[in-house]
Design a protein around this ligand. Structure first.
Ligand code: SAM
Length: 193
């Protein structure tokens, strides 16, 4: 699945199966391996457009699902969406009001890349830290957090920060990640609170 052919095949498969993007298979794999979402979990999805993770989440829980993105998210049955920045305190407050208890925060957000490796890596880690901060603000004790990151010089610090807040922290490189990419997910379970 790591080859370019595999990448194209996943894209075609996603279209065929009605997913808005191939990213759906990454969350499905994470769920299969780590069981981060339970059937009664309220979920917040950061950086959710176009919405393939939201489609998957809707099938995994019968509770509430909210997607947040800088870009609009086309309507999805049973999913609330907010167009805004995950750093905006008003967005964070709205999420709390809409959900009450929040069991899971997932973040597949990615900034626009400039092509300058070290600058882009720093921006990604900054966004990851913002997502971690968001999750620590809103998550229920015992809740779970997943965030997309990239291996690089600042990654160990992000990983260490996450370990301070969750009892169990692991990493996962998904099968549908492009060959040669440094992308990986942090899977943090059981929020210390
Ligand atoms: C790779 S896409 C997410 C794909 C999504 N998981 C799916 O399955 O369809 C990354 C998204 O992160 C969003 N994003 C980046 N920075 C953000 C921020 N500060 N607040 C909210 N969304 C952000 C981008 O607008 C983009 O739509």
């Amino acid at each position: 699945m790591g080859s370019q052919w595999g990448y194209d095949r996943t894209h075609i498969r996603a279209k065929h199966e009605g997913y808005r993007s191939r990213a759906a298979y990454k969350l499905l794999e994470i769920q299969q391996k780590f069981a981060i979402i339970r059937p009664d979990d309220n979920i917040v999805d950061l950086g959710a457009a176009p919405g393939s993770w939201l489609q998957v989440e809707r099938t995994l829980t019968h509770a509430k699902v909210i997607g947040i993105d800088l870009n609009p998210i086309a309507p999805l049955d049973g999913v609330e969406t907010i167009e805004g920045d995950l750093n905006d305190p008003e967005v964070q407050e709205n999420v709390r009001l809409m959900l009450g208890v929040i069991n899971v925060v997932v973040c597949d957000a990615a900034p626009k890349l400039s092509g300058h490796k070290s600058y882009d890596q720093a921006r990604i880690i900054e966004l990851n830290e913002q997502a971690l901060k968001f999750s620590c603000k809103v998550l229920k004790q015992g809740g779970n957090f997943v965030v997309k990151s990239f291996q690089g010089t600042d990654f160990p610090e992000l990983y260490a920060m996450t370990k301070e807040r969750f009892y169990s922290v692991k990493t996962c490189i998904t099968r549908s990640t492009r060959k040669g990419s440094t992308e990986l997910y942090i899977i943090a379970k059981n929020f210390i609170g």
